[in-house]
Design a protein around this ligand. Structure first.
Ligand SMILES: [Ca+2]
Ligand SMILES: [Ca+2]
Ligand SMILES: [Ca+2]
Ligand SMILES: [Ca+2]
Length: 736
């Protein structure tokens, strides 16, 4: 990763040391010795790759909230406050721009991102996010800029407009991530005179072909030229451009990895000879790996991925995949150098270490369709374009029509030319931004779950365990697949909804941290159960596979914030206990059973309350034991059992156990002569009660002789007392 030590003066020294929760008690500041090396090694965000990955953006700086969708022209316009444009224009140091609104911003003029150390965090917008239209987003004359999750669909609203949807011009250390750019009059997304720029996970689609460009038909993808730069294009989708997917030239080194190019027209990618601009020519380096090219209905050069302009284009290629046959199925192959045409010089090795991960084309394709573009909430345009890739249809477009036009495309004759009007800007679903009391960019729910202070804005720049600030950790959570789960609770996610618009995938899930997951029946829903008593960040993984192509991608992380708000607890539910019948003196053993509907599973404890008649229950197993006193024979007893969960707060349910105690029949006693002439007492009774034998000589005072609990009848007892008495009486008492 390239680094440049200048510019650190923007960062203020820490004014305060704050310690709270899991956050280091150090304010994030680049000027501190000891922090500097760690800070510089930090990618812009987890998953930032390639030449621009080291862009610092607004790390450690202030926070600006976009609170309206207006725009302005004059710098003294009182309506400027809260606009996106003013958020950039008013930055005086590192700044992160976050969004409290969603919807479409109609730009009054090009929007220059001409301040260094700036992050535009489109992923913070609620609802269906932010779309810019009418004019370009231009990152220019700046360094260390991070822009994520914006749509830029310029169109032809302004008849004087000649520009790109997104341009990077004379900039260094830039990451553009998850942008959806379309309907440009010039290229859709271009990088010129710049270096250390990464464009990743972007959907670069539907440049307007026969539009209002002075040079005529100009439906192009990306112009990448000038400046001795190093550029990385990783995981992007190019769709429905006549050409320049991309156009490379003039002393550039381009890593073009894991991109998908669909339905190009006259050319996919190419480089120029460059001799026109520079008689000596320049050397351009193209590392072309793991890309997927799918020819479409507009494609006129279906077997060529890249056309070299001259031998000064040096190309390394590996693991690309091209499907030229337009049969509606993904059944291409790696045609190696066969997909490269024109003049160029082959490289058998890329002369530099790859700055990006290179995955196989199938995984790259699935990642592009399931995660790419401004995909937190795909708008109708991206969903339509995704549909064209799925169905292998769609076409080049020339103009932007009404949102209400009947078809996706309408051919209208304008001044003798048939033009394809694509259905225009959709209304975006407006969402409500979460409450952020201290306006530090982190909503209260996040701060509470992460142990931060929702009434102290300074904690946004505390350094977290991974080296990102507290604010960045929030931005990073928002920027991927993410969900909120209540504490001591669970969530279920429809995986088809998660991937938005590519049905028919199959899924595997795997547990990550601080919770567990399982795929529910049918394989399309996943249930995440938070670890008991935990609040904070948790995660699990999802792997997607396309049965048709056999391609697999993942696991991708789904980041789950377990909030501090407990899931509502539900009381345990008893299983019915039928009326029990027992003989007095006998023992009742009954397994009490209850379940608890809550997840994660709670522990149940059983007990008896009120008059227990000597009964007891094992707290954990619920085993009720009761020896019914003989005295209760002939009565019905109600035992009150209670089961209690350990939720927060814990809840109980009570169940009455009805026991009908049958009376014990009187035993019969009989003395019989024993063979030796003595006497034997023979007792006939029922099993259950204790039998206590007592003897008396005066029917007043009774003496215990023995007690037993016979199981076999008759019970025999032999009188061995040889003493003589005038009379002896025997009796049996039953107990207990
Ligand atoms: Ca095919
Ligand atoms: Ca806050
Ligand atoms: Ca705070
Ligand atoms: Ca419960």
């Amino acid at each position: 990763m390239k680094r440049d030590a200048s510019g650190a003066g923007f960062f203020r020294a820490p004014r305060r040391r704050a310690g709270c929760g899991k956050w280091a008690g150090v304010l994030y500041a680049l000027g501190l010795s000891g922090w500097v090396s760690a800070v510089w090694a930090q990618p812009a965000f987890p998953g930032a790759v390639g030449a621009g990955a080291g862009a610092r953006g607004g790390r450690g700086g202030d926070v600006y909230y976009v609170t309206n969708l207006a725009d302005y022209v004059s710098s003294s316009d009182p309506r400027r406050f809260g606009t996106l444009r003013y958020g950039i224009a008013s930055a005086t140091g590192p700044r992160t721009i976050v969004f409290a609104v969603s919807g479409t911003i109609t730009l009054s003029n090009d929007l220059p991102v001409n301040k260094s150390y700036l992050t535009i965090a489109g992923q913070t917008a609620p609802g269906e996010g932010i779309t810019l239209r009418r004019r370009s987003l231009v990152i220019r004359d700046a360094r260390d800029v991070v822009v994520r999750y914006l749509r830029v669909r310029t169109g032809d609203m302004d008849p004087t407009f000649q520009g790109d949807a997104v341009s990077v011009l004379r900039a260094t250390n830039v990451v553009l991530d998850h942008l959806s750019a379309s309907w440009s009059v010039d290229e859709c997304l271009s990088v010129t005179h710049s270096t250390q720029v990464t464009v990743q996970n972007c959907w670069i689609t539907e440049s307007l072909n026969v539009s209002q460009h002075d040079k005529g038909a100009h439906g192009y993808g990306s112009l990448l030229r000038y400046g001795a730069g190093v550029l990385t294009f990783h995981g992007n989708l190019y769709a429905h451009h006549n050409s320049r997917n991309p156009r490379l030239g003039d002393r550039l080194r381009l890593e073009f990895v894991n991109n998908v190019v669909y339905n190009w027209g006259s050319r996919a990618g190419y480089s120029g000879a460059d001799y026109g601009d520079n008689p000596g020519g320049f050397t351009n380096w193209l590392g072309y790996a793991g890309n997927v090219l799918v020819a479409g209905p507009s494609t006129r050069t279906p077997t060529t991925a890249f056309q070299g302009g001259d031998t000064n284009t040096w190309i390394f290629q590996s693991g690309n995949w091209l499907d030229a046959n337009r049969n509606g199925r993904l059944d291409g192959s790696d045609t190696g150098w066969g997909m490269f045409g024109g003049a160029y010089t082959r490289l058998n090795e890329w002369p530099w270490p790859w700055e990006v991960p290179v995955s196989d084309p199938g995984a790259a394709f699935l990642r592009v369709v399931t995660r790419g573009g401004a995909s937190l909430a795909r708008d109708a345009v991206d969903l339509r374009i995704l549909g064209t890739l799925r169905e292998q249809d769609g076409r080049l477009v020339d103009a932007v029509g009404e949102p209400a036009q009947a078809g996706d495309y309408e051919v209208r004759n304008v001044d003798g030319t048939d033009l394809v009007f694509v259905r225009g800007w959709p209304d975006l679903q407006v969402g409500e931004a979460p409450v952020d009391t201290d306006r530090d960019g982190m909503p209260d729910f996040w701060e509470l779950a992460m142990g931060l202070n929702p009434t102290d804005a300074r904690d946004r720049n505390l350094a977290g365990p991974e080296g990102y600030t507290a604010l960045e950790d929030y931005l990073n959570w928002r920027a991927g697949w993410h969900r909120i789960c209540p504490r001591n609770g669970y969530i279920e996610i429809d995986l088809d909804e998660l991937v938005q618009g590519w049905p028919g995938l199959s899924y595997q899930v795997e547990s990550g941290t601080n919770g567990s997951v399982e795929l529910l029946e049918g394989g399309r829903r996943v249930r995440f159960v938070a670890a008991r008593g935990y609040s904070g960040l948790a995660s699990f993984g999802v792997t997607v596979s396309d049965p048709a192509s056999g391609w697999t991608a993942g696991p991708e992380t789904v980041a789950v914030l377990v909030s501090v708000t407990n899931a509502p607890n539900h009381a345990p539910v008893w299983e019915d206990v039928p009326v029990q019948e027992i003989l007095a003196g006998g023992t009742l053993e009954l397994a009490l059973r209850a379940s608890d509907p809550d997840l994660p599973a709670q522990r149940l404890r059983f007990a008896l309350v009120g008059e227990t008649w000597g009964a007891s229950v094992e707290a954990d197993s619920g085993l009720l034991r009761w020896r019914a006193p003989v005295a209760l024979g002939g009565t019905t007893v109600e035992l009150a059992a209670v089961v209690t969960d350990d939720g927060e707060p814990s809840l109980s349910s009570t169940q009455m156990v009805t026991v009908v105690v049958q009376p014990v029949p009187r035993p019969t006693l009989r003395f019989v002569r024993d063979t030796d002439g003595g006497w034997v007492l023979s007792v006939q009774g029922v099993s259950g009660p204790d039998y206590l034998l007592q003897v008396s000589e005066d029917l007043k005072s009774w003496r215990d002789v023995t007690w037993t609990n016979p199981v076999a009848w008759p019970w025999i007892w032999k009188e061995t007392d040889a003493t003589s008495a005038p009379a002896r009486f025997y009796r049996i008492r039953l107990g207990p």
